[in-house]
Write a protein that binds this ligand. Structure first.
Ligand SMILES: Cc1cc2nc3c(=O)[nH]c(=O)nc-3n(C[C@H](O)[C@H](O)[C@H](O)COP(=O)(O)OP(=O)(O)OC[C@H]3O[C@@H](n4cnc5c(N)ncnc54)[C@H](O)[C@@H]3O)c2cc1C
Length: 583
């Protein structure tokens, strides 16, 4: 018996905390999650779920369930820009990899689609499955404070129903307590950047808008009505939460002018103007405001406490990266905690969490904020400042058949192109490269070159630190199976080819419960398209050591025929990654 009531205490059950609880419970770790709320997300904030996150859900065995609640990829559609939903449509952008120009790249890069899953649906899938796999959960439970020592963390909590305060002792604490994180403040983690640099009002409402959208399905419609043209985006948004009857209307407001008027009459009038239907029946369900932040912690952990999600990277929803990055933080951390708690790794493995995820957080914070600024050139095409009706004057220019109009239309084409960095940025979502003690650099690899735009285009690679590339293989029954399906699930995996018998032998000899091998080209993982042969970047008799989170930890590019040497190399690589003397 230990004096620990749980191995990991998770504060917060948003995407970060729920995903951490799910992954830890899946890996057999005792985990207790608390939230001060009485239930999960009350409003559908996050929704864009990118391919990497769906890959994570797939690994954790909940992809199918999450998909059931999602607006399918195809319906996420183009993103129109219009004077109102019923008014003049000015431009349209192909988005979310659904366009003819990019779709092939997207489906080639991952076995998973993008999905639109409102946070109100995703959190119950994550936490429900966590509980079904053994995680315990306490609602109405507020984190108050913590202290830590060499063996564990003592956390003060308050049951807000009874007012009772009590303590829980855990080996590790995860601070997944969102953008106003008390745990980050208690740890004194430094946040670089600035908070609340702009404000946005959001209204959740029900209205039947089918006739305006069914012929051009999209989850986002940008609208230029006078009352919503505030701030750097300069447009309001109508977002389909549930096609086509539940919506969010959003618009920027001037923080200096105080809180916006969110009385029912005022927001109903605004929604009617955005739809362009003065008689529209609108049922307002909820109103809220949120701030545009641009800040990232320089370290995500201190001692036995690890923070993730909005607690450590705070940015606007543009590019739809918040919940995605949060879930991926949790996925990066969970296997490491599991390995340390289960005695498979030294505690030093945990240092890699911050080292690997801080650069991702910084990139995401910068990208999301830049995506807002990138509306500037579009606004210049859509409106003429100084006119009584800037949009009408702007549109007149845009439709001018003379040379002035030609120039505006050329500028519009360029301005739309820029928005691909928000709406078709597969590289931002899948090109992460980790560098830490849990990744052994390939001395023969040299510096990586990026012939295509790194943010827009996926560059699959088997370089240590990159995620294992996806390609379709074929199993014994002739069914397609992704390379990603052969790795992960909490285990390390040595990936080799038909000529890599020495590696397969090494794995058998080591007989570790957390190490498997995959021989691509064999019966269970045939490569009939020869895709793996094209993308593996190593000799068929070389090997990749893939971590439980699907990232390559180590690779041996040359052919290996000697079983003893293979054994020695695998053993050595595992020890270095896990920080142990023997695997
Ligand atoms: C309008 C909007 C649209 C968005 N759209 C997208 C999108 O399309 N895609 C995307 O990826 N992201 C999107 N996001 C971002 C996304 O919502 C956040 O990044 C995500 O919710 C962060 O998850 P989290 O778990 O870190 O924090 P949160 O979801 O904020 O969860 C924090 C948790 O901590 C709990 N908590 C806080 N303090 C305490 C305490 N003292 N004691 C106990 N519990 C506590 C809360 O109850 C809650 O359970 C959007 C955000 C907004 C505002």
């Amino acid at each position: 018996m230990t004096d620990f009531e749980t191995d990991v205490l998770v504060v917060g059950t948003g995407p970060t905390g729920s995903a951490a609880a799910l992954a830890l419970a899946t890996y057999g770790v005792r985990v207790h999650a608390v939230t001060r709320s009485s239930w999960l997300a009350p409003t559908p904030r996050a929704h864009i779920t990118n391919q990497r996150t769906v890959e994570v859900l797939r690994d954790l065995g909940v992809e199918e369930e999450a998909t059931r609640y999602a607006t399918p990829w195809g319906l996420m559609g183009d993103t129109p820009f219009a004077t109102s939903l019923a008014g003049e449509e000015i431009a349209r952008l192909r988005t979310w990899g659904t366009g003819e120009d990019r779709h092939g790249e997207y489906v080639q890069g991952s076995p998973c689609p993008l999905l639109d899953i409102p946070q109100t649906y995703l959190e119950p899938v994550l936490l429900g499955n966590a509980a079904a796999r053994g995680a315990t959960v306490a609602f109405d439970t507020e984190y108050l404070a913590h202290t830590q020592d060499g063996a564990g963390v003592t956390v003060d909590l308050r049951d807000s129903l009874s007012g009772r305060e009590y303590r829980v002792r855990a080996r590790y604490l995860i601070g997944a307590d969102g953008a106003r994180s008390r745990i980050v403040a208690d740890l004194g983690l430094e946040l670089e950047g600035h908070l609340a640099r702009a404000g946005t009002a959001y209204v959740l409402f029900h209205a039947d808008l089918r006739r305006h959208v069914e012929h051009r399905p999209s989850i986002l419609y940008w609208i230029m009505t006078p009352g919503t043209s505030v701030g750097e985006i300069g447009m309001g948004i109508l977002r389909a939460v549930r096609p086509w009857h539940t919506w969010i209307a959003g618009w920027g407001y001037d923080l200096a002018a105080g809180e916006p008027d969110l009385a029912e009459d005022a927001v109903t009038a605004k929604i009617r103007a955005m739809v362009g239907d003065p008689g529209l029946e609108v049922d307002v369900a909820a109103t809220s405001t949120w701030y545009v932040n641009q800040a990232c912690a320089t370290s995500y952990s201190s001692g036995r406490v690890f923070c993730g999600g909005d607690a450590v990277h705070r940015h606007p929803p543009s590019s739809g990266l918040g919940s995605n990055t949060s879930i991926q933080d949790a996925f990066n951390l969970a296997w490491k905690l599991a390995y340390v708690i289960q005695g498979r790794a030294h505690e030093s493995l945990l240092d890699s969490y911050s080292l690997e995820r801080v650069p991702v957080g910084q990139q995401v914070v910068a990208r999301a904020n830049q995506s807002r600024l990138d509306y500037g050139p579009l606004n210049e095409c859509f409106r003429t400042t100084g006119e009584a009706d800037p949009v009408a004057a702007g549109l007149a220019k845009l439709r001018d058949p003379g040379p002035a109009g030609v120039a505006v239309r050329e500028a519009l084409a360029e301005a739309l192109e820029l928005k691909n960095y928000e709406f078709n940025a597969q590289g931002v979502e899948l090109n992460q490269r980790y560098a830490s003690g849990a990744v052994l650099a390939d001395p023969d690899a040299g510096e990586e070159h990026w012939p295509r735009d790194r943010q827009l285009h996926l560059q699959p690679s088997t370089r240590p630190g990159a995620k294992l590339p996806h390609c379709w293989l074929v199993d014994r029954n002739g069914h397609r199976v992704s390379t990603l399906d052969l790795v992960g699930r909490g285990r390390f995996c040595l990936v080799t080819g038909l000529a890599g018998g020495a590696w397969a032998h090494a794995v058998r000899k080591l007989a570790l419960p957390f190490l498997s091998s995959v021989v691509i080209g064999s019966g269970g993982a045939a490569d009939p398209y020869c895709d793996w042969a094209r993308i593996r970047e190593i000799h068929e008799a070389g090997a990749l050591l893939v971590r439980p989170d699907g990232h390559v930890a180590w690779r041996h590019g040359e052919a290996m025929w000697d079983e003893d040497e293979a054994l020695h190399l695998v053993e050595n690589a595992l020890c270095r990654v896990l920080g142990t003397t023997a695997p």
